[in-house]
Design a protein around this ligand. Structure first.
Ligand code: ADP
Length: 334
């Protein structure tokens, strides 16, 4: 897996657990989401009831799992974690729902990848705190209703557009997580370096933050790579120049684009003259799954103003040509 890919790999998991903010107060950035969520949670605590179900949407590594854990922490409630792909059959979900404690927080990551029968079971559970257990097969099959404890569902998705409307509508609160600003990532890095015992001056933090694709997970990962570089090739002090040299070595460029980002941009410009080109054609050109291009690379390229989505396909902006050191054609967009 690429260094910069925002998806977590095994190396990340332990460190991530150590770096995860535990409470809403420790959570950096996303101020609107934080404030909204804080009201939802305080309201629920005041009423002594489980809060509305919460949906979080946003790119990988922006803090959705972290927020789910924080929700449970702030409510003083137990937390159960599962994911859409793990819920292949309705029975998988029934087994979880029927054993939830009252007020428990159930986190379903990648909720858009849940199988259809499980999804339909979830509708009823979210609305009525009830599941129908189907016994038998064919015309003789009967549904036995089973009450379950009131719980709070926290769903996370990288692709809110893929959620069926009936599921989306059953969430009382949706948090849209956006990419982080550079100064917010500097604070994430300051906190992480303190926890990891790394000496990180402000200019070094700035250089890493600016190359972190707006993503805390990537900031934390780049910090570890830069620390290695500083300890092996220098005296351990992470200056701006040292951070830049280390990240160049790892093929993270000055705007934070990684190999995949640059491959996508390069194909868009060189093979398709800047577009418009369809997502799947573009994905084939870089040898990746369309979903990887759509979820991992594209949102950041769009946010950086390098790529635009149009009804006819993906289009490179003038900035994209300039970023790869090429001259934009005269009629180019943006
Ligand atoms: P997601 O579930 O959206 O993929 P995670 O919640 O697993 O992302 O976050 C990835 C890592 O990034 C976490 O381990 C945490 O250390 C860090 N992180 C995410 N959001 C924040 C934040 N707002 N403040 C500090 N650290 C964060």
């Amino acid at each position: 897996r690429d260094l910069i890919s925002a998806q977590a790999d095994d190396n990340d998991l332990q460190i991530e657990a150590a770096l995860r903010p535990k409470s809403l107060g420790e959570f950096i950035g996303q101020s609107r989401v934080r404030e909204q969520l804080s009201l939802v949670l305080q309201g629920a605590l005041k009423r002594g009831k489980a809060p509305d179900h919460v949906l979080m949407s946003g790119s990988p590594g922006l803090g959705k799992t972290t927020l789910a854990m924080i929700i449970a922490y702030e409510l003083g409630a137990p937390l159960r974690i599962t994911s859409g792909p793990a819920l292949e059959r309705a029975g998988d979900l029934a087994a979880i729902l029927s054993t939830l404690a009252e007020g428990e927080v159930l986190f379903i990551d990648e909720i858009h990848r849940m199988a259809r029968p499980a999804e339909e079971m979830l509708y009823l559970a979210m609305e009525d705190f009830r599941v129908d257990i189907v016994v038998g097969k064919g015309p003789g099959a009967t549904a036995i209703p089973l009450e379950i404890a009131p719980f709070t569902l926290v769903g996370a998705t990288t692709r809110a557009g893929l959620l069926p409307a009936p599921l989306r509508d059953r969430f009382g609160f949706t948090a849209h997580m956006d990419f982080y600003e550079v100064d917010e990532l500097e604070r994430v890095l300051a906190r992480s370096s303190r926890l990891l015992g790394v000496d990180l001056p402000a200019d070094g933090a700035h250089e890493i933050a600016r190359r972190s694709r707006g993503t805390p997970r990537i900031a934390n990962r780049l910090l570890r790579r830069v620390r290695d570089f500083a300890e092996v090739r220098a005296d351990g002090l992470i200056t701006r120049d040292l951070a830049a040299a280390a990240l160049n070595l790892y093929e993270v460029d000055a705007e934070g684009l990684d190999r995949l980002d640059r491959a996508v941009l390069g194909a868009l410009l060189r093979k398709f003259g800047g577009g418009p080109v369809g997502l799947s054609t573009l994905a084939v050109a870089v040898g990746e799954e369309p979903e990887t291009v759509e979820v991992v690379a594209e949102p950041f390229l769009v946010r950086q103003g390098l790529v635009a989505r149009t009804p006819r396909g993906r289009v490179a902006t003038a900035g994209a040509w300039l970023h790869l050191g090429m001259t934009p054609p005269p009629d180019v967009f943006g």
